[in-house]
Design a protein around this ligand. Structure first.
Ligand code: SAH
Ligand code: SF4
Ligand code: F3S
Length: 447
């Protein structure tokens, strides 16, 4: 089979990153090989995100730029997938005549057939139907280039309908994957050298409650912990309302589960949380944080925060700042509220001016940077277990790996250590990473 070249541009969350990996794996069977040079591609896929207007604009802008490439190479096939494609559907063809196909979030498994049909007939295709179970959920992605960490989807979709969010409309209702399939996939990944799995879902806490096949999420994690070769387990994302005591206990009971939880809080104001339809109060959230930290004081807690949600007064915003000062997150992703078509929040009054949102965001990010830096400095002179991922981007003598708490560490070492767990003494904490020195047990000392 002749190799043809595939370029994929991915926007959005880890779910989307994994979807792109699955697209590449599916198309590899039709002879497509990934390229990093868009100019050489025979097939270009844009895997879009629609979470905020900025994400959507990035995809539109790239798609616009492809007109020129298509003019030079009329044989080129261009497809748009992901959440924005799900949202816009057929209308994409009207606005972008050089586009060949549009496929939705439930139609990834159809990619090889869609591409084959376009090659044969050169007609425009749109496939965005939802299905009860997503067929691509278990597409196996063979680990390549010495990868040590892999995403594994355990559930898809979301039933939460937070007032600001498009995900439930674009990914559909929650569907779980049978635990046996998940375990089988992880066994296979471990056989092929994977040491760390990141369990993926919009709302992983639903696993075993309303979806899955009887096994609770905590029980699933414990079963994964027994798979030979798997050294580390992580998961994302966990909805604070559904975070169970059983799962919190897992952080002490299951050694392979790393001490990091991404627990999006969104706001520190109960009024705003209610308007957002989040289903918890700030006090309830703080109680869960206390519980996590009481069981494990070293657990790293990261979060997502939205500023400028409709009706957010200066006092509401101040409550978010106060909550951040009390909790001191390890890091946060923070966003200006972005109005999305079809969501409940679109109908709310009290929209906040763009410049005011920006002011709040900047101030909040400065505070977070102080907390993040303080936390990283506090790790200086501690001993951390690092899973070595690859050569560091900054220096050819350095390796890059992560602590169990998900912090990046750069340190000197040989590439043969990739995929190994090594102990490192942290020498310096920066805002975005740590620097360290490998502890040589045989030499007896680190200094
Ligand atoms: N399922 C995950 C993540 C969803 S999207 C969860 O529930 O946590 C990631 C983050 O994007 C959200 O946590 C939220 O902070 C942000 N986000 C979602 N919709 C947004 C919007 N309309 N405007 C600004 N930020 C938004
Ligand atoms: Fe969106 Fe809320 Fe679902 Fe997360 S839990 S995907 S924020 S609706
Ligand atoms: Fe974006 Fe869809 Fe993820 S909207 S954040 S790519 S689920």
């Amino acid at each position: 089979m002749k190799n043809t070249l595939l370029y994929i541009e991915t926007f959005g969350c880890q779910m989307n990153v994994h979807d792109s990996e699955q697209m590449a794996a599916l198309l590899a069977d039709s002879g497509y090989k990934l390229t990093e040079n868009i100019m050489l591609a025979d097939l270009i896929l844009i895997n879009t995100c629609s979470i905020r207007e900025k994400a959507a604009q990035k995809a539109y802008s790239l798609l616009g730029r492809l007109v020129k490439i298509k003019k030079k190479n009329p044989e080129l096939i261009i497809g748009v997938g992901g959440c924005l494609a799900q949202h816009i559907g057929q209308k994409f063809h009207k606005n972008f005549a050089h586009l060949d196909f549009v496929f939705g979030t439930h139609n990834i498994d159809r990619l090889p057939q869609i591409v084959a049909a376009i090659k044969e007939k050169r007609e425009k295709i749109t496939e965005i139907d939802f299905y009860e179970s997503v067929n691509s959920i278990g597409v196996f992605v063979p680990p390549q280039n010495g990868k040590v960490s892999a995403f594994v989807t355990i559930m898809q979709g979301c039933n939460n309908f937070c007032a600001y969010c498009v995900v439930p409309y674009l990914r559909g209702a929650e569907t779980g994957r049978p635990s046996e399939d998940i375990l089988e996939e992880i066994r296979k990944l471990a056989d092929q050298g994977i040491k760390e799995v990141i369990l993926l879902g919009q709302n992983v806490n639903s696993y075993g409650k309303t979806i899955g096949n009887g096994l609770s999420f905590a029980a699933l994690i414990k079963k994964i912990g027994k798979i030979p070769g798997i050294e580390r387990i992580r998961f994302t994302t966990s909805h604070p309302r559904d975070l169970s005591d059983e799962l919190i206990r897992c952080f002490t009971e299951e050694e392979k589960l790393c001490e990091h939880i991404h627990l999006p809080v969104q706001s520190g104001s109960n009024k705003i949380l209610a308007l957002m339809n989040r289903g918890y109060t700030v006090e309830e959230y703080m109680k869960k944080v206390d519980h996590l930290r009481n069981l494990n004081p070293h657990i790293s807690i990261t979060s997502d925060i939205i500023v400028g949600f409709p009706g957010e007064t200066q006092d509401d915003y101040q409550e978010t700042i106060d909550m951040m000062k009390k909790i001191r997150f390890d890091s946060t992703f923070s966003f200006k509220y972005s109005e999305r078509e079809g969501t409940e929040a679109q109908k709310l009054e009290g929209k906040i001016e763009e410049c005011e949102k920006l002011r709040r965001l900047k101030q909040l990010q400065m505070l977070q940077d102080r907390h993040t830096l303080d936390k990283n400095i506090a790790l200086e002179n501690t001993r951390q277990e690092i899973l070595v991922e690859r050569r560091s981007k900054n220096s050819k003598d350095d390796l890059m790996g992560r602590t169990r708490s998900w912090k990046i560490v750069n340190f000197e070492g040989g590439l043969e250590l990739t995929g190994k767990l090594v102990d490192v003494k942290i020498s310096k904490g920066y805002l975005h990473s740590l620097r360290g020195k490998m502890i040589d047990e045989e030499a007896g000392s680190v200094d």
